[in-house]
Write a protein that binds this ligand. Structure first.
Ligand SMILES: [Zn+2]
Length: 311
């Protein structure tokens, strides 16, 4: 029941329709949108994946690492350099986990990651893409966050932009399904206190318009303020105070979209949520260069054992 019904083909049409409302050609709209987009992200100049290898003492490959991390083992007498280019460091101690023990998922971390767009294969100016958006992921328990690497892929600027646009369909679907409006804090974080608003307008009316109000109306408003301030002596200072009351207050039931959606999946199982976004990425982008071993159910078998409370 969690599968995503992506609209067939209609993505680009929607986007272009929006741009065309500005009365420009689809092409110039796309160029303009892309310029702004490139400014909004800093492009990677250095490779994201270094593909240095760590070996166990018996020469079993363990994982790929940043060379800095590999040299850290060497400098601390915990590893020795087997080969310089590409770098291989053999640990001198028995590591706590070996990939084979984690089932096929462990092999994912052994495969070389390519420095190119996983969708179209372009190999320059790529940006990291979080397949599960940060607004949800930041609420995940540590055990899941530690597998983040699997759900970060590289995209070129065009594919990254397109992917973000397409992600928004799922975000709005989740917002709808879980009554979790998408908006910034000022949209939804505050509410107007109706009772205070009545007092404030009474104060304003008395201060500015009492000369043209009937006596009965004036008395009515004065009584409201007297009751509010719990006094029989309504001074001009009190009326003035009422007129500038702060009627906006923090909505204590406000929860950011990401947190509310996360809480739902916390109950039914975060693995369903991971799967949902991974499938969304495959369905919306049709990536042709996903890393070997990448899977929509990555680490789920292992997590089921470790986290018995998740289905
Ligand atoms: Zn691309």
């Amino acid at each position: 029941h969690l599968s995503l019904n992506s609209p067939a083909g209609g993505w680009d049409t929607e986007v272009l329709k929006k741009y065309n409302q500005r009365g420009e050609s689809a092409q110039s709209a796309a160029v303009r949108a892309n310029k702004g987009y490139r400014r909004a992200y800093s492009l990677r100049k250095t490779p994201l994946y270094h593909n240095s290898l760590l070996w166990a003492p018996d020469n079993e490959p363990l994982c790929t690492v940043d060379p800095k991390k590999a040299y850290w083992y060497v400098n601390n007498d915990l590893g020795e350099v087997v080969q310089e280019e590409p770098l291989i460091v053999r640990l001198t101690f028995e590591p706590t986990g070996r990939p084979q023990k984690e089932g096929s998922d462990g092999y994912f971390y052994l495969n070389e990651r390519q420095n190119m767009c996983v969708v179209c294969g372009k190999d320059r100016s790529y940006i990291r893409k979080n397949i599960i958006p940060h607004e949800y992921r930041k609420h995940f328990p540590e055990i899941l966050k530690s597998h983040q690497n699997h759900d970060v892929v590289l995209l070129c600027t065009d594919c990254h932009q397109l992917s973000n646009q397409r992600d928004s369909f799922l975000r709005y679907k989740l917002a709808d399904r879980h009554n979790a409006p998408i908006g910034n804090a000022t949209d939804v974080k505050v509410v107007v206190n109706g009772g205070l608003k009545v007092i404030k307008s009474a104060g304003n009316a008395l201060e500015r318009n009492s000369y043209r109000m009937p006596a009965s109306r004036i008395k009515e408003l004065q009584d409201k303020l007297k009751e509010f301030f719990q006094t029989d002596d309504l001074t001009p200072e009190l009326i003035s105070k009422a007129s500038v009351l702060d009627v906006v207050e923090v909505n204590s039931s406000y929860e950011p979209h990401g947190l509310r959606v996360y809480k739902y999946y916390e109950h039914i199982g975060i693995i369903h949520f991971e799967k949902l976004w991974r499938e969304n990425f495959l369905e919306t982008m049709n990536p042709e260069h996903m890393p070997d071993g990448w899977s929509v159910t990555h680490n789920h078998a292992k997590l089921k054992l470790k986290m018995a409370r998740y289905p």
